[in-house]
Design a protein around this ligand. Structure first.
Ligand SMILES: C[S@@+](CC[C@H](N)C(=O)[O-])C[C@H]1O[C@@H](n2cnc3c(N)ncnc32)[C@H](O)[C@@H]1O
Length: 321
């Protein structure tokens, strides 16, 4: 137990415990990460798109749902500007605002018009997945495709939708933003792509989450998720959260607005298979484990050696016809 406690950062423990004091919970989770930057959104979208292409999965989509867009809808806006017809952003908290989205869409239009290369590891060292090449994917986003997607009339429509986003998935325009969302907001079999970037480490009921996502997809529809399995800085070791007992973790995670579910890579793979989807791409980021098997909390003794060394993964899967 002492070993386990040492793994937790003192500051994380103090903050976690403070969140139990009435009124202090709101001090956590005020910002979400990268989507405040247009170049980050452009990079993330093009990484998912390039990896879909590498996996021989579709790269054109009528309807896309993003889970957890965060500070802006920039990843979805990059998708719309690449030809996706309709985008629905679902978040647990309403972080994005129109002013930021409008600034980001203009920067994205410039990046796509310039066929800018994909911002790489030098600019975003922590962003995954990594790509073998960061050249602009002109074979996917052809001039013909971009001419239609970036037509001035369409850009007008997208800007108008940003200023007045639909708040239900049934809205007629190109963009809906529903935050907070609830299961049932998306009709069955209507979605071509479900995408998330560092979001699936949060939902407490992952089985329900995957079954909901699979329900949304039409046959032949795909999901593309980049998932971070690290302890988001709460422990000294990147995977120290797997050494924490549930009691200790309750203190460290506290009532923070977003608490990681601590599920490892293998849980995600088996849940995807259980809901009937087929994993096509499983690109793991491997990092040496800094905890031993003996340090694992009882709840995590089942982790495989592969789980213990998987710090993130891009998982892409298809719903069979
Ligand atoms: C680490 S942030 C990532 C934000 C953004 N995708 C990015 O790449 O910067 C996690 C996001 O997931 C959202 N989130 C957490 N649980 C969620 C849930 N059950 N449904 C939808 N979004 C959720 C959070 O509100 C937050 O926006």
């Amino acid at each position: 137990m002492l070993e386990n406690q040492v793994s937790v950062k003192a500051r994380a423990l103090v903050v976690g415990m403070a969140t139990y004091i009435p009124g202090l919970q709101g001090l956590t989770g005020r910002k979400t990460g990268g989507t405040i930057s247009a170049r980050y959104c452009y990079s993330v979208w093009l990484r998912h798109l390039s990896m879909l292409h590498r996996s021989a999965l579709p790269t054109t989509f009528a309807r896309m749902v993003e889970l957890g867009p965060g500070d802006s809808l920039g990843i979805g806006l990059a998708a719309l500007l690449s030809g996706v017809e309709r985008y629905v952003g679902l978040d647990a908290v309403r972080y994005a605002d129109d002013t930021r989205n409008l600034r980001i869409v203009d920067e994205l239009i410039a990046l796509l018009s310039d066929r800018a290369s994909i911002p790489d590891e030098d600019e975003f060292p922590l962003v995954r997945p990594l790509l073998p090449s960061y050249a602009f994917p002109a074979d996917i986003l052809t001039s013909a495709r971009l001419d239609v997607a970036l037509h001035p009339k369409r850009l007008e429509l997208i800007r108008a939708a940003i200023s007045n986003p639909a708040t239900s998935a049934r809205g007629g325009g190109p963009l809906s933003y529903i935050a907070p969302w609830e299961p049932g907001v998306i009709e069955s079999g209507t979605v071509d792509l479900v995408l998330s970037q560092t979001m699936l480490e949060f939902p407490p009921d992952l089985a329900a989450m995957y079954s909901e996502m699979c329900r949304w997809l039409r046959p032949g529809g795909v999901m593309s998720h980049e998932i971070d399995f690290k302890s988001i800085g709460l422990t000294v070791e990147w995977n120290g959260h797997w050494s924490c007992s549930d009691a200790l973790w309750r203190l460290v995670a506290g009532r923070r607005r977003h608490r990681i579910n601590r599920e490892p890579h293998s849980t995600h793979i088996s849940l995807i298979q259980r809901v009937g989807c087929r994993v096509v791409c499983d690109e793991r980021t491997v990092q040496r484990s800094h905890i031993t098997r003996a340090q694992l909390a009882p709840r995590f003794r089942h982790l495989t050696n592969e789980d213990l060394a998987t710090s993130s993964a891009l998982i892409q899967a298809i719903k069979p016809y």
